[in-house]
Write a protein that binds this ligand. Structure first.
Ligand SMILES: Nc1ncnc2c1ncn2[C@@H]1O[C@H](COP(=O)(O)OP(=O)(O)OP(=O)(O)O)[C@@H](O)[C@H]1O
Length: 320
């Protein structure tokens, strides 16, 4: 059984307007998303800005109201509040955010920031709590003197470590990491990703790793879901996505990864232009002739993609 199974998840936001502030339309931020995460596994959720990644993550942790669909945790639907309580779901699922400067309370010392979830969910004495916070600082590679400092006294990478220490305090099963390294320099990104992997091995944590950048998730993820306009357009193992991408949108995200080998740069630029032209002319990659979003078709045991019947060769019209 998977740790988490998301089934046909929809999160629609009402748009209000007019004199009576009635609901006049809705934003289909997440519109029928299904995937699962096994224990100790990292699943990437990748797509450009506005594709619905953060809303999916927030719906899973319970920060956004689910319009329809289910989120099974160890087989129980935690959209139901009673199941969340009985499964201790709020302890088991934690989140780390991109912007550690605003996600960590600037007026609190690190000791209190990390201890907060322990106070919410645990029943430790003051001494036990301090010992646990020191252990957590050690796990993320920070010295004991961090206890008495405030978030602004750390670098971005160090602050992200504090966020991770806070997230692992309750011994979670799943961490939703929403663009956890996007605000960091390249060299610091690698350090943070490496210690996230180390912690994963030590504590058998699963990650839902949200990113707009297929370059970043490459070394983190076992499986990757490519998200566009509130839907998953391709899902597969890391090899499926990087070695055998099927959807034009996935190809475009891959082409956006900068080419590091100077000798390959010109060929990469040409390929990127070709893919961009194909992408711009091929909106049938998302909708069929009736304007219905294309369903995922199975390409192999592990690989699925939303493909038009003709494999995307025609330049269809956007009807949806
Ligand atoms: N509270 C809200 N009310 C109305 N619309 C919202 C709300 N939150 C998000 N949206 C809309 O839902 C869509 C998906 O947003 P979401 O933040 O999930 O995308 P994302 O892929 O995570 O993008 P980014 O990487 O920029 O955060 C966007 O069109 C966004 O404007």
């Amino acid at each position: 059984m998977s740790l988490i199974e998301v089934k046909n998840l929809k999160v629609h936001y009402p748009i209000r307007g007019g004199f009576f502030n009635r609901v006049v339309d809705e934003v289909k931020a997440v519109d029928g998303v299904s995937f699962s995460i096994d224990e100790g596994e990292t699943v990437g959720l990748v797509g450009e800005s506005g594709s619905g990644k953060s809303t999916t993550g927030k719906a899973i942790i319970g920060l956004e109201e689910v319009t329809s669909g289910s989120i099974l945790y160890k087989g129980k639907d935690v959209v139901k509040k009673s199941h969340r309580r009985s499964m201790k779901y709020d302890e088991a699922v934690q989140m780390i955010f991109q912007d550690s400067m605003s996600s960590l309370n600037p007026r609190k010392r690190v000791e209190d920031i990390i201890a907060e979830p322990l106070r919410n969910f645990g029943n430790l004495s003051k001494d036990e709590e301090k010992l646990r916070v020191l252990q957590l600082l050690d796990i993320v590679g920070l010295d004991a003197d961090a206890l008495y400092k405030y978030p602004h006294q750390f670098s971005g990478g160090q602050r992200q470590r504090i966020g991770v220490a806070r997230a692992v305090a309750t011994d979670p099963k799943l961490i939703i990491a929403d663009e956890p390294v996007s605000a960091l320099d390249l060299s610091v990104q690698a350090q943070v990703l490496n210690f996230m992997k180390k912690i994963q091995r030590e504590f058998n944590i699963s990650y839902l790793f949200i990113s707009h950048d297929l370059g970043v998730v490459r070394h983190m993820c076992d499986k990757i879901a490519i998200m566009n306009r509130g839907r998953i357009v391709e899902f597969g193992t890391r090899d499926d996505i990087y070695d055998n991408p099927q959807h034009i949108y996935t190809k475009r995200l891959l082409a956006a990864i900068p080419e590091t080998n100077v000798n390959n740069r010109e060929a990469h630029r040409k390929e990127r232009l070709k893919i961009e032209a194909e992408y711009q002319n091929n909106q049938s990659a998302y909708y069929d002739a009736d304007g219905m979003a294309l369903p995922l078709v199975q390409i192999s045991d592990t690989h699925f993609a939303a493909l038009p019947e003709d494999g995307g060769q025609t330049n269809g019209e956007v009807n949806g």
